[in-house]
Design a binder for this molecule. Structure first.
Ligand SMILES: [Fe+2]
Length: 282
């Protein structure tokens, strides 16, 4: 309630159950946490018990994986109602999900699949974002995903595709720096062109994450979110802050979760870069 309406500021981490107790012990130099919305949609139980206490002390961002904004299936209305209920409960500073589709005809692929980058897809996604924003009563935040294949009928570069969706829907962006880097390698574009092509005032949050080399030796980079942030991604982060200013940033680690101290040390690296790059205090 106290946090509603204001933007995120500073540096955050993904909230993970193995860190609940230490966070509540007050031993965590973090400005905010991002929660995985799907972990808190079931009423009652241990996750919500902890979440309510953490929400009293820290600003939160809600991050989902199930919206499937790009699918041709109708939006899942009961999922949207559940999200809206959770948002009333924890008053997040923002609510995000990915620019992807996760299934069609009721089948969930449990993967974040990219879309063909066409005008038709821009209109389709923008229309659905409008419905989401109506259901949640607020601006929606869209994250760029990594991909390993493109569509031959894509007519727009990924940054043009994102920009067109922002312009048509009025949504904002969660910029995943690792996903930009991974795609620049996998699809052979200049990551700085990507940053230069995005609308300057639409980036509300930044994800920093690690990735893996494909074990099959294809040369592809896989967005596994289970490694520390690499030097190339740190460099791209600095370039992003030069363009977009002091955007609230977090380390995103989804697998092989290290001790909290390791994540806090990585977050300090982000702070160091931001204090070198941005002129305003963050
Ligand atoms: Fe991300």
């Amino acid at each position: 309630m106290t946090h509603h309406g204001s933007a995120l500021q500073g540096f955050g981490l993904g909230l993970r159950p193995q860190h609940y107790e230490r966070i509540l012990a007050g031993d965590c130099a973090v400005d905010w946490f991002e929660i995985l919305s799907e972990n808190y949609l079931v009423p009652g139980g241990r996750p919500l018990y902890y979440l309510d206490r953490i929400a009293e002390r820290f600003p939160l961002a809600m991050h989902g994986v199930s919206l499937s904004i790009g699918s041709s299936d109708p939006l899942n209305r009961s999922y949207l109602r559940d999200l809206a209920r959770l948002a009333r409960r924890v008053q997040p500073r923002l609510i995000s999900d990915h620019l992807c589709w996760t299934g069609v005809d009721g089948l969930n692929l449990h993967d974040l699949m990219p879309l063909p980058q066409t005008d038709e897809a821009v209109h389709h996604v923008a229309r659905r974002i409008g419905q989401v924003q109506d259901a949640l009563g607020r601006q929606f935040v869209l994250e760029n995903v990594s991909s390993y294949v493109g569509f031959t009928h894509s007519r727009l570069a990924e940054w043009q595709f994102l920009s067109a969706i922002v312009a048509e829907s009025g949504c904002a962006l969660l910029l995943d720096i690792n996903n930009v880097y991974v795609n620049s390698v996998n699809h052979g574009f200049d990551a700085l062109d990507y940053l230069d092509g995005l609308p300057r005032h639409s980036v509300r949050q930044i994800h920093l994450a690690g990735h893996s080399q494909d074990a099959a030796g294809t040369g592809l980079l896989i967005d596994t979110h289970d490694h520390p942030v690499c030097d190339a991604v740190w460099a791209l982060y600095a370039a992003a802050l030069e363009r977009f200013g002091a955007v609230p940033s977090m380390i995103e680690r989804d697998d092989r979760i290290p001790p909290l101290d390791d994540l806090l040390a990585e977050l300090d690296q982000a702070r160091d870069i931001a204090s070198r790059v941005t002129t305003v205090s963050v």
